[in-house]
Design a protein around this ligand. Structure first.
Ligand code: C2E
Ligand code: CA
Ligand code: CA
Length: 405
C-alpha cells in the first residue's frame, strides 16, 4: 500500500483530498501545510513516501521551490501536482521536474475528479525509470562484514524530565560508518538487517557497546538506556538471556533498560510479542510502545501488554501548536498514556514552542533536537558534563504559552 503525503495550505482542499484517498482505500496518508513542513517530514525519514501530492500556491515555501528541494533530495517516488493554475505555470513545473529527474506523474485538477485521481495513482513508472541507484545502497555482504568489523556504533539521544530537566535516560540509535557511503542512517539499513536476519546480532552488538560506554561515565548518576527492538528479533527465543548476559557483563542492571517496540510489530505477531515482552518485564526491564499514533494498535491490546512507557511519535509533536490535527493526536495520546498509568515521552521536540506545548499537556519526558540531536559517545559525554546532567528547562513565565484549546 502506498505511503502518501498531501501538501496543501488550504485545510478544506487538503482534507477533501485525504477523504477521497481514504474512500479509494488508501489509508497511509500524512499531511503538511506547506513545503517547509513537508521537508521536515521527508528529512525526518520516518516515512518513505511513494506518492506526494503538492499544491503549487502556498505561503512560506511554494510548490515550485518544493519541487527543487525534492530534486536535490533525489526523491524517487511519484509526484502529483494539484493545482488550479494555468497551463503555462504547469508547463514550467513539469520542465523543472524533468530537469531534476523527478517522476511527475501528472496534474490533478481542482476540484478533484475521481477517475483522473485513480488513473494517476495507479500509473506505472516510465520504463526509463529505475529504482534508487543500487550503488548507493548498502548490501547484505557489507552488512555482515560491517558487524564483524565493528563498523556499527551507538549514537546517544538524551531524554529529559520535563519538570526538573534531569537527564534520566538516553535512547540508543544505530549508525553505520560505512566504508563506501560514510556515516549511514538507520533508515538505510534497518530494513535490510531485518530482511536478512542480521538485526538481532546488530541489536546485541549495539547494546553491548552502549552499556559498556555508559557504565564508564563515572561523572554522572547512572542513566537508563532505551534500545529499539525489531519485531523480527522476537523469533529468537534466546534473546532475553542474551540481553541479560550482556548487561551483567557490563555491570548494567536490567532495571535500567527500556526496550522500545512499535505498534506495527505488535499487530503482526501479538502472541510472540506478548511472550517475549512479558519475559523482559519479568527480568526487570521496562517496555515502551514506540511511534505511538502511527499504527493502529487497539486500545484493548495495548492495555493487555505490560508496557511502562508510551512514546508519542515525532510526527505529532512537530508543529503541534499550529496544526490542529497534530495537536488533537498529541493531546489524546498524552491523556491515554496517563490513563493507562504509563510514563509519557514526546520524541522530536525540536522547538521551544513544542517543548512548552508538551509540558502544558503533562508529558513526562522529552527527547528531540531542542535538547540534543543524537550524538556519538564522545560528544554525549561532553554534553552531559556541560549540563552537569541537568538540561536547563525553559521557565513558562518567560514565554507566551501556546494556546492548546
Ligand atoms: P525512532 O525510534 O522513532 O527514533 C527517533 C528518530 O527521530 C531518530 O531517527 C532521531 O534521530 C529522530 N529525531 C530525534 N529528535 C528529532 C527532532 O527533534 N527532529 C527530527 N526531525 N528528528 C528527530 P534515526 O536515528 O534516524 O532513527 C530512525 C529510526 O530507525 C528510529 O526511529 C528507529 O525506528 C530505527 N532505529 C534506529 N536504531 C535502531 C536499532 O538499533 N534497532 C532498530 N530495530 N531500529 C532502530
Ligand atoms: Ca525509538
Ligand atoms: Ca518515531
Amino acid at each position: 500500500m502506498h505511503q502518501i503525503l498531501v501538501i496543501d495550505d488550504d485545510a478544506v482542499s487538503q482534507q477533501f483530498l485525504v477523504m477521497v484517498l481514504r474512500r479509494l482505500g488508501y489509508d497511509k496518508i500524512a499531511v503538511a501545510n506547506d513545503g517547509i513542513e513537508a521537508l521536515v517530514q521527508l528529512d525526518a525519514g520516518d516515512l518513505q513516501f511513494d506518492v506526494i501530492f503538492c499544491d503549487l500556491d502556498m505561503p512560506r515555501m511554494d510548490g515550485i521551490e518544493f519541487v527543487r528541494h525534492l530534486g536535490e533530495r533525489t526523491y524517487q517516488g511519484k509526484l502529483l501536482i494539484s493545482s488550479g493554475f494555468d497551463e503555462k505555470v504547469l508547463e514550467s513545473v513539469a520542465e523543472l521536474a524533468r530537469l531534476y529527474d523527478l517522476w511527475l506523474a501528472g496534474v490533478l485538477p481542482k476540484p478533484i475528479n475521481h477517475s483522473t485521481l485513480l488513473d494517476l495513482l495507479t500509473q506505472a513508472p516510465p520504463a526509463a525509470r529505475r529504482p534508487a541507484s543500487l550503488a548507493s545502497q548498502p548490501t547484505q555482504e557489507e552488512m555482515r562484514d560491517g558487524i564483524e568489523k565493528n563498523e556499527f556504533c551507538p549514537f546517544f539521544q538524551p531524554q529529559v524530565d520535563m519538570l526538573s530537566g534531569k537527564v534520566h535516560s538516553v535512547e540508543i540509535l544505530a549508525r553505520w560508518h560505512h566504508p563506501r557511503l560514510g556515516l549511514t542512517s538507520p533508515l538505510q539499513f534497518i530494513e535490510l538487517a531485518e530482511k536478512t536476519g542480521l538485526i538481532t546480532p546488530l541489536t546485541l552488538s549495539l547494546l553491548d557497546s552502549a552499556t559498556s560506554i555508559l557504565s564508564k561515565l563515572i561523572d554522572n548518576p547512572p542513566l537508563d538506556l532505551s534500545i529499539n527492538l525489531s519485531m523480527t528479533s522476537l523469533s529468537d527465543t534466546a534473546l532475553v538471556s542474551e540481553f541479560e548476559s550482556i548487561l551483567t557483563r557490563n555491570g548494567y542492571p536490567m532495571s535500567r533498560l527500556t526496550v522500545e517496540v512499535t505498534e506495527t510489530g505488535l499487530i503482526e505477531n501479538p502472541t510472540r510479542a506478548l511472550e517475549i515482552l512479558s519475559r523482559l518485564r519479568l527480568k526487570g526491564a521496562k517496555l515502551a510502545i514506540d511511534d505511538f499514533g502511527t499504527g493502529f494498535a487497539s486500545m484493548d491490546r495495548l492495555s493487555k501488554l505490560p508496557f511502562t512507557e508510551l512514546k508519542i511519535d515525532k510526527g505529532f509533536v512537530i508543529d503541534s501548536a499550529q496544526n490542529p490535527t497534530n495537536l488533537s493526536i498529541l493531546k489524546a495520546s498524552a491523556a491515554l498514556g496517563k490513563q493507562l498509568k504509563l510514563l509519557v515521552v514526546a520524541e522530536g521536540v525540536a522547538t521551544i514552542t513544542e517543548w512548552l506545548s508538551c509540558r502544558q499537556l503533562g508529558i513526562d519526558k522529552a527527547q528531540g533536537s531542542y535538547i540534543s540531536p543524537p550524538i556519538d559517545a564522545e560528544n554525549f559525554r561532553r554534553w552531559l558534563l556541560k549540563h552537569n546532567g541537568v538540561f536547563p528547562v525553559p521557565q513558562d513565565s518567560a514565554y507566551d504559552l501556546p494556546n492548546l484549546n
